[in-house]
Design a protein around this ligand. Sequence first.
Ligand SMILES: Nc1ncnc2c1ncn2[C@@H]1O[C@H](COP(=O)(O)OP(=O)(O)OP(=O)(O)O)[C@@H](O)[C@H]1O
Ligand SMILES: [Mg+2]
Length: 399
Amino acid sequence: MASTAFASTTRQQGEPKIITASKQMKDLFAYASRVAVSDAKVLITGESGVGKDIIARYIHAHSLRRTREYVAVNCAGVAESLLESELFGHVKGSFTGAHRDKLGKLQLANGGTLFLDELGEMSPRMQGVLLRFLENGEIHPVGSDMTSSNVNVRVIAATNRNLPEMVTAGQFREDLLYRVRVIHLHVPALRDRREDIKPLAIHFLNHSGKDIALTDEAWAVLERHRWPGNVRELQNVMEQISSVATDDVAVDVAQLPHILKSTGQAVLPARERRRQLADELFQAIVEGGYSFWEHLHPMFLDRDITRHDVREVVRRGLSVSRGNYRGLLDLFRIPANDYKRFMNFLATHDCRPDFREFRNPTTKMDRRPVVKFPGLRPTRPVEQPDTDVPEGESENAAL
Ligand SMILES: Nc1ncnc2c1ncn2[C@@H]1O[C@H](COP(=O)(O)OP(=O)(O)OP(=O)(O)O)[C@@H](O)[C@H]1O
Ligand SMILES: [Mg+2]
């Protein structure tokens, strides 16, 4: 890497442009290029948005397999049976809709690299299937009773979950963890490598095509922020800033998204502070590109916000969806197939207000919040909830 204040790697075909200024990230990339040349399996961990994907692609681009395929599979959000077919392929007629034989991603990645993203979301059965493949390299397409082939694939996996904790909780196979974690790269959160914030921000601003400057005070706010959504959040914020900035006037604190300025405010009474925090969090989700799992959830796990705050955000959401929990999915940017996980999370942490309170249209919170982020993306319309099925009740039954 170059020795300038921040270095970007030279881009080979398909290689992402990577900005590193902190010692942690320079060391991490130096280690990644050393291990890239071997065929050892790599596990990349770190919070959401820290750059796990980009590191996986970097490893492939620096490996001897770089001229072969790099194939990514996301283990979350795909039904178990589809994931198996996605990885191993299927034979014609093996399930409804299987009109012809189909190769799996493992076969497509033969000679190259398979990136298994969100490994921690894999179901126990699929963990067993994957382990069997890692042990013998054999491919069993779905619906076939024969082993079709052996493939030569380098596996890189990533997760933002704590796999050893999941092993202890009986949710992840210990033998699979050992198999995939031959090399372990942990990507630090952005708040733990603050030297990267400004170079990354400049990199994202440069994409706008405008000549944008920020005042020293605005930079100080960016560098102080906790960045729960890490580099992805920074990227969103810089896009928001560039959409409102003009070439000739430096962006000052006043033009920054409100969520960035909420730290270090004047001390308010506790109740008022809480109400304001819930309003800001809700607004950041609805207007600021935050999402429940990527932003609120890590803040909650890090104890930056309490269950009370989460409950209050949910209440604001329910007031918009008129008590329809399913209506929160779109609002909070939660994938539709994560509904059960979302409801379980709320139940486990006692963050599930009674939906009936919000079915009454005269409820006090029955309004969308006032938009405090000028110039951000317009609010997406929220689907009208079905009013005749008490959604919350059927949800209770499903748990
Ligand atoms: N060092 C970096 N230099 C340039 N861009 C980066 C860097 N790190 C992350 N990014 C960018 O930030 C965004 C998020 O990174 P990435 O998708 O790799 O995160 P992730 O850890 O895989 O997130 P998730 O856990 O949500 O899958 C991407 O657009 C990526 O290109
Ligand atoms: Mg990723």
